[in-house]
Design a protein around this ligand. Structure first.
Ligand SMILES: [Zn+2]
Length: 163
């Protein structure tokens, strides 16, 4: 039986999706961005420990950064190809700037924040070096994003905002 309800992120053609930075949805004024680190279903996924550490590192850096008031949530995709960033009142370029700034701050971290036993549900499963390696790769990818790609996401977000 076909289930008639599909959530927006499942409607994308994951066979064609490349790593990048995508606007996904705007719901009740909250924008969801997909930080796609890995090409879906290509056999290369974020290792669980690195994924977990990036969650801690970027969530901390985003909430401590200049856009903190606009950051609602940052968390991992269960498929381990990337992360979701939920924001309020930010353009696509501002969200991208927030991510770039948070990655720069995360690269300076000497330890994974919030990774004590009392703070985390799986405190032994962290990998600071692995997280930094993935963040460096994603940062390089973002730096190489063609401006048209960012402009395209910006247009999609503004179309939703102006609906
Ligand atoms: Zn944790």
């Amino acid at each position: 039986m076909e289930n008639g309800f599909k959530i927006a992120s499942f409607q994308k053609d994951h066979d064609r999706l490349q790593p990048g930075f995508y606007f996904s949805t705007l719901q009740k004024g909250v924008a969801t961005f997909d930080l796609r680190f890995k090409k879906p279903n290509a056999g290369d996924f974020l290792a669980q420990a690195a994924l977990h550490s990036i969650e801690h590192m970027l969530a901390t850096a985003l909430r401590a950064g200049p856009f903190a008031a606009h950051i609602l949530y940052f968390g991992p995709m269960g498929c381990r190809t990337g992360f979701y960033l939920l924001t309020e009142g930010m353009t696509c370029r501002e969200a991208l700037a927030a991510v770039n700034g948070a990655i720069a701050d995360a690269m300076q971290m000497k330890r994974v924040p919030g990774a004590e036993k009392r703070e985390c549900g799986n405190y032994l499963e962290h990998d600071l070096a692995g997280a930094k390696a993935e963040l460096a790769a994603y940062s390089a990818l973002l730096a190489a994003l063609p401006d048209e790609a960012v402009a395209h996401e910006e247009e999609r977000l503004s179309a939703e905002v102006n609906k």
